[in-house]
Design a protein around this ligand. Structure first.
Ligand code: NAD
Length: 437
């Protein structure tokens, strides 16, 4: 099948490559010239395990092309996937890119199209997208909402082995039945049984995405709040979370206490859903609290550091392990590291940081305001404390003797509960975890 994917970011690029890998001819279009130039040469613009190989292989096989020619890309394919960004400004989702794409499609459309919205958009947006296209053109088309659930760091695996495919279609008109069959066909290589595919109406499909992301964020803020209480009552959140997770009704995933969630999705999706609620005079009280707990979790970490240093960290040198918002990605959007580093810099501390993949992102964000180390150990030289912010595998079992000999003072603030408190104390470190006894 011929497919065009509009927007080649984390979602569009992965979707485009995976559809090409399963035999489709895929055109990926983006308005960013630099990105398209790099991708056309076979260079991935993001770090995502396995992605470079997919790009290279499918470019070579001629199944994957990259372009900035929006009009041609729209005209060449009967199926258009929209994966442009939907960031937030001032708590509201910014639909500028989505609306621009709708106008562009309206101007370029040349035959019947299946238009699939993969971006996360507020309830009602897919229908409005159709209205914009209709204003510009008389060609008929079907709108489909097909939210994406991949996770950065395991995006390819998530895409090719999805736990569900949500397809929201307009109604039961004959063309929409054909369109949903096209969607099933496209996803067939990734879904052995149709039971993974849930077909519903467009608004419900849009809501499923927000419901899923905000629920996961709720689990994280819940366990963080309990971790904070564990610190007050001298209980151990690591055992509490395991004890809870053994209950199949609760499950153990997304119950890891730490510095809270980051990334481009959870915060903006919570705010977007709160905003949708507000527009309909419904206050989403749980989600307001989830967001506030998440913001406070970073501040609490800073308070721990300040308390240790008697409120004065001017001139202190902090080694930071981990900058990406989570392991196995270079994405630093809304990463806890950014807020934490900014707070420390504001108090005149010195920062030296290391991340296995996010160093060039960090350079773009902080420029010369922080030092970037060549390795995890390089980071520790003369450090007054180590802050473990992202739980990359490479940080999990380090040589503690080397660390101690390099640091000015052996103090660790472990924002992800990677290390074992008793062991750290036996090794002579002053250790702070999150919610640990
Ligand atoms: P991104 O910012 O990485 O990529 C968006 C891309 O769209 C950019 O390359 C940008 O240049 C391009 N773009 C913007 N306007 C365009 C236009 N008019 N024409 C062509 N290209 C245009 O975003 P992302 O992280 O891939 O997210 C995309 C959407 O998917 C968002 O709605 C997001 O909420 C959702 N989502 C993201 C993830 C994730 O893990 N990143 C997971 C599931 C869903």
């Amino acid at each position: 099948m011929n497919i065009t994917v509009i927007g080649t970011g984390y979602v569009g690029l992965v979707a485009g490559c995976c559809f090409a890998e399963s035999g489709n001819n895929v055109i990926c279009v983006d308005k960013d010239n630099g990105k398209i130039e790099q991708l056309s040469k076979g260079h991935s613009t993001i770090y995502e395990p396995g992605l470079s190989e997919l790009i290279e292989r499918n470019l070579q096989a001629g199944r994957l092309t990259f372009t900035t020619d929006f009009r041609a890309a729209v005209q060449k394919s009967p199926v258009l996937f929209i994966a442009v960004g939907t960031p937030q400004i001032g708590g509201e989702p910014d639909l500028t890119a989505i609306n621009a794409v709708a106008t562009g499609i309206g101007e370029a459309i040349n035959e019947f199209k299946v238009i699939v919205i993969k971006s996360t958009v507020p309830v009602g947006t897919t229908e409005k997208f159709g209205d914009i296209v209709r204003v510009k053109s008389n060609w008929s088309f079907d709108m489909i909402s097909n939210p994406e659930f991949l996770k950065e760091g395991t995006a390819i695996d998530d895409f090719i082995k999805p736990n569900r495919i949500i397809i929201g279609i307009e109604d039961a008109r004959s063309s929409t039945i054909v369109s949903s069959e096209i969607m099933k066909e496209l996803y067939a290589p990734f879904t052995r049984t149709n039971s993974l595919i849930l077909i519903t109406d467009i608004r419900t499909a849009e809501m499923i995405k927000y419901a899923s992301n905000t629920y996961l964020a709720t689990k994280i803020s819940f366990i963080n709040e309990l971790a904070n209480l564990c610190e007050e009552v001298n209980a151990d959140i690591e055992i509490v979370r395991r004890g809870m997770g053994l209950d199949a009704r609760i499950g153990s995933s997304f119950l890891f206490p730490g510095l809270g969630f980051g990334g481009s999705c959870f915060q903006k999706d919570i705010k977007a859903l709160i905003s949708t609620g507000r527009q309909h005079h419904y206050q989403l009280r749980i989600l307001e609290a989830v967001n506030q707990v998440n913001i406070d979790q970073r501040k609490r970490f800073i308070r721990k550091i300040l308390n240790h240093f008697d409120q004065d960290i001017a001139g202190k040198r902090f080694a930071i392990w981990g900058l990406a918002f989570k392991p196995r990605t270079d994405d630093m959007r809304e990463a806890p590291s950014v807020d934490i580093i900014e707070s420390l810099l504001a108090a005149d501390a010195e920062i030296i940081a290391y991340d296995p993949k996010a160093m060039s992102e960090a350079k773009q964000i902080f420029g010369s305001k922080i030092f970037l180390a060549k390795s995890a150990y390089d980071c520790l030289k003369d450090a007054d404390a180590l802050l473990l912010i992202t739980e990359w595998q490479v940080f999990q079992n380090p040589n503690f003797q080397w660390m101690k000999s390099d640091m000015r003072s052996p103090v660790i603030f472990d924002g992800r509960n990677v290390f074992v408190p008793n062991q750290m104390r036996d090794l002579g470190f002053t250790y702070y975890g999150v919610g640990r006894k």
